[in-house]
Design a protein around this ligand. Structure first.
Ligand code: SF4
Length: 177
């Protein structure tokens, strides 16, 4: 349990505990004292989980059902000052740096992903760029050879779907099929 949390550390519990229990019963809430906004579960390629999903039991099936992953079990907490578009950009940038370069969706897609998110943040033809970002994520999920490129869309799409206002979008948008 890490990030913006009062009591970070290693917690060993059976599957089925909820994020809310972990963050508040064990973690004591945010270190900043501000409301918690988003929680990245499962590592740097894990999805951002919004408050509406903090009472879901932490297990493989329940998380898969909402498009999230348990991953390596890491839980990184962000308070309400987090800019989810910036965190989505960071995920693409992380992929671009870490990519081994063997396959195109990951090697090129991550770099294009950074550029597309920048255009969304700058308000350049936003609807078209959001569609492009979803198409790009779909290609990365289905065309990458390993989890590096295949899972980078998890933090990107979860940020876009759950926090559209941070991307300058008014209404919640749907996860691409
Ligand atoms: S998805 Fe995996 S194999 Fe393909 S470039 Fe990225 S790190 Fe390499």
């Amino acid at each position: 349990l890490a990030g913006n949390i009062k009591h970070g550390g290693l917690i060993e519990k059976a599957f089925g505990i909820t994020l809310r229990e972990l963050m508040f019963d064990f973690g004591g809430g945010s270190a900043s004292g501000r409301p918690i906004k988003a929680v990245q579960v499962g590592g740097p390629l894990g999805a951002y989980v919004p408050e509406s999903q903090w009472d879901i039991p932490l297990d493989y099936e329940a998380y898969a059902a909402v498009g999230a992953v348990v991953g390596h079990g890491g839980i990184v907490v962000h308070d309400d000052t987090a800019d989810m578009a910036r965190l989505a950009r960071y995920a693409m940038e992380f992929c671009a740096i870490e990519s081994c370069g063997k396959c195109t969706p990951c090697r090129i897609g991550s770099t294009r992903g950074v550029e597309v998110i920048d255009r969304i943040s700058n308000g350049e033809n936003r609807p078209q760029q959001v569609k492009l970002l979803r198409d790009l994520c779909d290609t990365m999920v289905h065309g990458s050879l390993c989890a590096m490129g295949g899972m980078t869309p998890f933090p990107v799409l979860s940020a876009l779907n759950h926090y559209p206002e941070d991307f300058g979008l008014a209404a919640p948008t749907q996860l691409a099929a």
